[in-house]
Every structure is written in structure tokens, then in C-alpha cells.
Design a protein around this ligand. Structure first.
Ligand code: ATP
Length: 350
């Protein structure tokens, strides 16, 4: 059993609160991603599970065991870092073997275990090389092999892909997903990259300022963001967010008037619409009619942006769609695609 529980965990340094009363239950075999901007407390949360930082308040459990007072080496955890953390003077083989030696696993078992782990990440032909003779992606594979070689209770991965170029990141992402499927080991994965989070996670914990702002499956978080922070953080391009007021069932902002599917008035709201939910339409009818501010060809789609006040709003059109910069464009959305937030609290209201 390797469930992991954060129970009311706070981490302070002096008066600065890095992690703020965090509670989170991670199921056995679950792949959970801690996602958030730099400084939101992701790494610190993970380091407390590893025993590299002590919580100021609260308890951490691995399985049924409270581990606050347990040495890192006794927690049966393997970590993978952005910086790989390989020993330069050791061969790939010896790097992968290292945790077996440290843990006193009988020598007779080493060779089979090292070769099995290396095979799993396709490193068999590189076993005699030193890390400096490997590419970044290969080095990260060595780090992964070293993590899996002793079959720990859980993996902790801190931005393991962020040193790799964009193409390698995508292939290593698939590799990590495949490994999890094969090994089924509870994993906490830290990243600020929402695409990584969405593609890898069983559940994502979106963090801001030491707190979890939303916890849910990737689909949940994408389709039902609980607040402005999550809405603006998840999605590429991010959700269009337009500040305004509701007057008699119409959303009003500078140069914009959008009928809403309900009556009533309310000040200080934010209307949210995802780019793929905005359609380009006849300039006679669209709710958002402005000159085209930019056109971006992505290959699989075309992004068309208008400027409303100080903000850009972006529609995702088909890949073949073409429009001139400066031409008048019109966007419309189906009302069911609208999200409404309270501008002050940031909470979702509809
Ligand atoms: P990043 O993506 O940049 O790694 P993060 O979300 O992992 O960010 P943490 O490393 O957990 O963030 O840090 C959370 C906050 O705690 C940050 O504001 C950081 O400056 C602060 N912090 C971390 N370690 C210490 C420390 N030893 N002393 C004081 N403050 C710290």
C-alpha cells in the first residue's frame, strides 16, 4: 500500500508561508500532478514527502504510516529531478546499480535488476557509457532507470522534463506515461507545464500561493474550472477572460454586448470563453466585432485575435481559415460555452 496523505501541512520559513494548510489524499497507484506557477509550493510539498524538508505543522502519511520522523532513506521513495543527478564518473550501468548497493540488496541480484530497468527505458546499448557521452533525453532515461531499479513504493518527479527540448519532452512524456502504466507505482509529479499535467495525470492539484485551488481529473479541471486562477492557467491558448458587468441579462464590456442565457444584473464579473468555443461568423451577427489584431497559423488550426480594451481575445479556427490582419472579424459563442466569475473573489458563479 503506498497511498500518500498530506494532513493539514503547513511549511513556514520565519513569517513566510510556503505551503499553507495543505490536505491531499493520493490513492495507491495514482499519478498525481502538482501544477502551478513558480513559487507556489509544489517542490516544497514534494520534498516534505521525501523527508528533505520538515513540515512546520501537520502530518504526512505513506500508507498507514506517519512518516514525519522517518529518515528519507527509510521512506522507500525514488526521486527524479530536472537536473538528472547522475554520477559523472560512473558508467550508466553503475549509475543504475547505485541504489541497489546503497540499500544492501544482494550483489547476485544486481545484474538482472539493472538490465531489466535499462531495458525498460531502452538504454541497454548505452550501459558502458559515461553520462557525458549521452544526450539530455538519454540522461533522463538513466535517472528514470535508477528510480525504477529497486521498485520503490512511490516516485517523486520534480520537473523531470524541463531541461529537454520541446520534441524530446513530448517523447519522454509518453515514456513516463507508459512506465506508469506498466509499473503502477504511486507518483507525485511536479510541473508548471499545464500540457504535461493534463497529459500525464490521473488527477491534477492546481496550486497557487501554497494552497490547492482545485483538485480534479484533467477533464474536470479543463471543463469546470472552479475559479479565475485555474481558468486562466489551464488551456493553450488560455481561456479568454473579459471583465465587465451584467445588465439585464446582457454582459457588457468596452465595445462588447453579449446576451446571456439568464436574466438579472451584477457588477464586477468576468466572462470566460475558451478559444475553441468561439466561432468566426458573419460580421453582421457576431457578438465580438473588431478588427483582426493578429492571425497565427499553428498548422492544425488558425488562431485569430481581436483586441478588447487592454485584452486580446482569441478564437481557434480551422487550419484552412484565412483572414487578413486589420479586416473586420466577428466571433460568437454558444451560450453554454460561457463561464462567469466574480471579479473580486475569483470564484466561478456560472
Ligand atoms: P518552482 O516551480 O519555481 O520550483 P515551486 O512551486 O516548486 O516553484 P517551492 O520551491 O516549493 O515553489 O517554493 C515555495 C516558496 O517557498 C517560494 O516562494 C520559495 O521562495 C520559498 N522557499 C523555498 N525554500 C525556501 C527556504 N529554504 N527558505 C525560505 N523560503 C523558501
Amino acid at each position: 500500500m503506498a497511498s500518500i496523505r498530506f494532513s493539514n501541512i503547513t511549511k513556514r520559513w520565519g513569517s513566510f508561508v510556503g505551503v499553507d494548510n495543505l490536505s491531499l489524499d493520493i490513492a495507491d497507484r495514482e499519478f498525481i500532478v502538482l501544477l502551478g506557477p513558480s513559487g507556489c509550493g509544489k517542490t516544497t510539498s514534494m520534498r516534505m514527502v521525501a523527508g528533505l524538508d520538515d513540515p512546520t505543522l501537520g502530518d504526512i502519511f505513506i500508507g498507514d504510516r506517519r512518516v514525519n520522523d522517518l529518515e528519507p532513506k527509510d521512506r522507500d521513495i525514488a526521486m527524479v529531478f530536472q537536473s538528472y543527478g547522475l554520477y559523472a564518473h560512473l558508467s550508466v550501468y553503475e549509475n543504475i546499480r547505485f541504489p541497489l548497493k546503497v540499500r544492501g540488496i544482494p550483489n547476485a541480484e544486481h545484474d538482472a535488476k539493472v538490465r531489466a530497468a535499462a531495458a525498460m527505458v531502452e538504454l541497454t546499448e548505452f550501459l558502458e557509457r559515461k553520462p557525458k557521452a549521452l544526450s539530455g533525453g538519454q540522461r533522463q532515461r538513466v535517472a528514470l532507470a535508477r528510480a525504477i531499479v529497486r521498485q520503490p513504493n512511490c516516485f517523486l518527479m520534480d520537473e523531470p522534463l524541463s531541461n529537454l527540448d520541446a520534441k524530446l519532452r513530448i517523447s519522454m512524456r509518453a515514456e513516463i506515461k507508459h512506465l506508469h502504466h506498466r509499473l503502477n507505482v504511486t507518483t507525485i509529479y511536479v510541473t508548471h507545464d499545464q500540457v504535461e499535467a493534463m497529459t500525464l495525470a490521473d488527477r491534477v492539484a492546481v496550486m497557487e500561493k501554497g494552497r490547492i485551488r482545485q483538485l480534479g481529473t484533467p477533464t474536470d479541471i479543463y471543463n469546470n474550472p472552479a475559479n479565475l486562477f485555474v481558468a486562466g492557467f489551464i488551456g493553450s491558448p488560455p481561456m479568454n477572460l473579459i471583465e465587465g458587468d451584467i445588465i439585464d441579462g446582457q454582459f457588457r464590456a468596452e465595445g462588447v454586448s453579449v446576451p446571456l442565457p439568464f436574466a438579472g444584473s451584477r457588477t464586477d464579473v468576468v466572462l470566460g470563453i475558451r478559444a475553441e468555443d468561439l466561432r468566426l461568423t458573419d460580421p453582421m451577427y457576431g457578438h465580438f466585432r473588431q478588427k483582426v489584431y493578429s492571425v497565427e497559423l499553428l498548422g492544425d488550426a488558425t488562431l485569430v485575435s481581436q483586441r478588447i480594451g487592454a485584452r486580446l481575445i482569441t478564437a481557434r479556427a480551422d487550419k484552412g481559415f484565412r483572414i487578413e490582419m486589420g479586416a473586420t472579424s466577428a466571433f460568437e459563442a454558444v451560450p453554454s460555452a460561457y463561464y462567469l466569475f466574480d471579479r473580486v473573489s475569483g470564484d466561478r458563479i456560472a
